[in-house]
Design a protein around this ligand. Sequence first.
Ligand code: PFF
Length: 445
Amino acid sequence: MEQNSRGIWGSRLGFILAAAGSAIGLGNIWRYPYVTGQNGGAAFVLLYVGCVLLVGLPVLIAELSLGRKTTLNPVGAFKAIVPKSLWPGVGYLGVLTGVGILSFYLVIAGWTLGYLVRTIIPSSESFDQFVANPYEEIGYFLAFLGLTMYVVLGGVEKGIERWSKFLMPALFVLVLLLIGYNFTLEGASKGIEFYLKPDFSKIQGSTVLAALGQAFFSLSLGMGTMITYGSYISKKENIPVSAVAVALSDTTIAFLAGLMIFPALFSVGVEPTSGPALVFNVLPRVFETMPGGTIVGVAFFLLLIIAALTSTVSLLEVPVAFLVDEKKWSRKKAVWVIALMTILAGMPSALSQGTVAWFTNVEFLGQQGFLSIMNRLFSDISLPVGGLFICLFVGWVWGTKNALEEIRIGADEQTIRLMGFWQFLVKYVCPVVIAAVLLNIFGVF
Ligand code: PFF
């Protein structure tokens, strides 16, 4: 099924699972529960679903159609449509953002490896001691980078697709098993109530904006990941239907992750507002109190590793596809060079959890510590800026009419009829909402 020498997804399900694999990651299982906890629970969940439908899904369709039309990486895609302009700059921003997010995402992904090991071989180190240990931080960071490189070196079909096909369904089954287990815990019903019974008095401006930011990060939007993955789809594919499948599976896994974590949290009496350390600080204690907890813990961290790996793979794939397409590098050379850049960019984050004082205490953009600053800069600023420009580009420069022509290929009549609404969302609703998020980051509201 080769379309050109770049490679193409081997099957329809293969593409959907790979794109869902990119979307489903630490964002769903580590970030979504703590952001939900900080924003009041059930009411936030409803807002989040609203953001996915109104902004996430339209941007996802825009990125996939731009990618399939041009069969190129984010830089090449903009260049192919308007060669002599500043628009390829949006692609360059995406390539840079890929390395930027990967550099700190690998630190947290490394924690999941570390916690898998700690669950098998118990350690007396606390979470704070663990993250301040430079040997463990750097060792696990490099190990996770190695795993990611191994998958990406395999290429699109043999590497990413083959792994996703096997890993994503395994993840889904593991989450369901854990939900079943956690529901039997004493006090679980309090968690279920917090998570499912909305208290609308908890909604504020910042809640809406947190929901939108989470949608962006979780669906892998704004840096051209879905342009790149879209470039490997065949012309037979129904883009809107695939996009719905990806968004639905991502949102389902996040929703299930909440269902898995909140009953457990409430059962050990921990505050839902405890922030980013939540999963790592709390769940091991939950596992300790469970009969057979070691097995449950191993399954849980394995699940986090699986989810994180299919996301780090997509983060690495964006700059690699850029170098392979635009600079005509071999895949191997591109992977190694980007990996070395990621190590350089990632070391300050890895050493920012108490190891090196300056990296730990440095303040910028309202954040303290190098990792938090990188997260703020690349997830909260870079992704929405990229997403805003992608909407403006597809809505007004390439034009939704041209985009629709691409979407029409492989789509049925019924799907096409719904696309009038998509045009409206991409041209007007998405840019306005995303601009509001950015203004909020700069403190306008
Ligand atoms: N969506 C991934 C997650 O939820 O963990 C993170 C991510 C991957 C963000 C790829 C952006 C991206 F381009």
